[in-house]
Design a protein around this ligand. Structure first.
Ligand code: AOF
Ligand code: ZN
Length: 479
């Protein structure tokens, strides 16, 4: 067996920690001597021994002179809050002769320091074997450990003509059982799953993992106006913690929050976009949305704030709104108390057109919409490293407009509706050159349905980490 084959085995072992290791990465390790695998290890769960420590512990004296394969650079620090001792010390103590790791650890407390410590101790170190696969395994960790905000994976299930629901609002089911099972697998591997309150109203989902084995993710409801009904499943079923993120500051907001809160259900008040919610469409459905919602619940208010109103891409150039630099300050600043000023950089007007003045209506202070960036900061601070965004159209559009999507996965069902609710609203693009491109795209088939998935900003994960720069030539779907 060659280095790559051993590393593939180590990657396989790493996957055993799926759903348990977070916020730590998935890591696997092998001790190999004279071509024999002496011991295997993996990071079972956060707080448990690291993969290297587990493998070396099993190998004992037999690790002397051996090669250690690990899917991540061994850790080398012992800062306050660290749960286990540094792996580099254990490796040096065990007398390992050679260490092969797939990729450097993006954790700023390690990031090359582990390699240096081993080399300084006279150990031969190689980095970069199966690097792309190793990073792909830990996409959330690579983003979270450096930016302290979760990796955002947006999942859309749509018809060939881009509809996520029929004109009546009916969305069960767009895709077949195989695709839906894959979504449950995604849920089980993510720390949190997020939907908008509109989806709570129309589908009342539980967002649990049922088609595969795995633990339920935390549920996050994006509910700017705090209108989630206390009878909703995500509030009552106790299947997983639920966070209801809102920006409501009206007189009844505290009472509505109190009616929702209970053990495992928390409301979190966040900044809004600071702008006045576009209330002009409050009494009529947004274009492309059903005139009447087939809701399980009656809405507390007349209708929702229209999809993505005032939240379209603020820039005019390619990938506007997708920049890795997220301007904070002005865009995400705390909403001033009334009267609130319109937010000039967040407008759905096509570039060049003057902004229409909007007036706040007394008594309809919704606090604007939740600032997605701030929500992600809050979730990241709670060690949530990944969020699966499951809908609906307003949420999809808001996340894309805010430039807050890392991976987009679209399941295409081979069917056509014509009328219906489209997945994604106006993002400000006017020319084909304004379209946002996905890279490293991959196509997979689930039953009758096709999945296309790709990343908006792969550099966050696959680049800029020392010697490993092989990603450019990699084509997904070929392995
Ligand atoms: C490794 N092997 O299996 C893992 C590593 O709090 P601790 O002690 O669990 O350390 C967490 C950090 O260690 C984590 O942020 C990451 O940098 C690294 N994870 N390193 O050598 C492992 N899970
Ligand atoms: Zn370690």
């Amino acid at each position: 067996m060659d280095d790559r084959s051993y590393m593939e085995r180590a990657l396989e072992l790493a996957r055993r920690g799926t759903g348990q290791a977070s916020p730590n990465p998935l890591v696997g390790a092998l001790v190999v001597r004279d071509g024999d695998v002496i011991a295997e290890g993996w990071h079972e769960r956060c707080g448990a021994p690291h993969a290297e420590a587990m493998a070396l512990g099993k190998a004992g004296d037999r690790a002397r002179g051996a090669t250690l394969y690990c899917t991540l650079e061994p850790c080398c620090h012992n800062t306050p809050g660290k749960r286990t001792p540094p792996c580099t010390d254990a490796i040096i103590r065990a007398g390992v002769a050679r260490v092969v790791c797939a990729t450097l650890d993006p954790n700023p407390l390690v990031s090359g320091g582990g390699v240096k410590k081993l080399e300084d101790a006279g150990i031969q170190v190689e980095v970069g074997v199966d690097a792309v696969e190793a990073r792909k395994l830990n996409e959330p960790f690579f983003v979270w450990v450096r930016e302290r905000r979760p990796f955002v994976h947006m999942k859309v299930a749509q018809t060939m003509d881009g509809r996520i629901a029929a004109a009546s609002g009916d969305s069960q089911w767009v895709t077949g059982i195989e695709a839906r099972t894959e979504v449950h697998r995604l849920r089980a591997s993510c720390d949190a799953v997020l939907i908008g309150s509109g989806t709570v109203f129309s589908d009342d989902p539980s967002l649990t993992v049922r088609h595969v084995e795995g633990r339920n993710p935390i549920r996050v409801i994006l509910d700017s106006e705090l209108r989630t009904p206390p009878e909703a499943r995500v509030v009552t079923d106790g299947a997983a913690p639920t966070i209801i993120a809102h920006a409501a500051r009206d007189a009844g907001a505290a009472d509505r929050a109190a009616a929702l809160e209970r053990p495992g259900v928390e409301t979190v008040q966040l900044d809004s976009y600071g702008g006045i919610a576009d209330l002009s469409g409050r009494d009529r459905p947004a274009r492309g949305e059903p005139a009447e919602e087939p809701a399980r619940f009656k809405r507390v208010t007349a209708s929702a704030v229209p999809a993505a109103s005032g939240m379209s891409g603020s820039g005019t150039g390619r990938n506007a709104g997708f920049s890795s630099e997220r301007p904070r300050g002005a865009e995400a600043s705390r909403a001033p108390e009334s009267p609130r000023a319109p937010e000039p950089s967040r407008t759905s007007e096509p570039p060049g057109e003057p902004e229409r003045p909007r007036a706040a209506r007394p008594g309809l202070d919704t606090g604007g919409r939740v600032a997605i960036e701030e929500l992600l900061d809050v979730l990241g601070a709670r060690d949530i490293t990944s969020v699966l965004v499951e809908g609906g159209a307003t949420v999809f559009t808001s996340f894309l407009a805010a430039g807050c999507v890392d991976r987009l996965s679209v399941f295409f069902a081979p069917k056509v509706l014509g009328a219906g609710i489209s997945a994604i609203g106006d993002l400000g693009a006017r020319a084909m050159s304004d379209a946002r491109e996905l890279v490293y795209s991959e196509v997979r088939r689930f039953g009758e349905d096709l999945l296309v998935t790709g990343l908006f900003d792969p550099d966050r994960i696959y680049d800029g980490l020392g010697p490993v720069r092989k990603v450019e030539t990699h084509v997904y779907g070929t392995h």
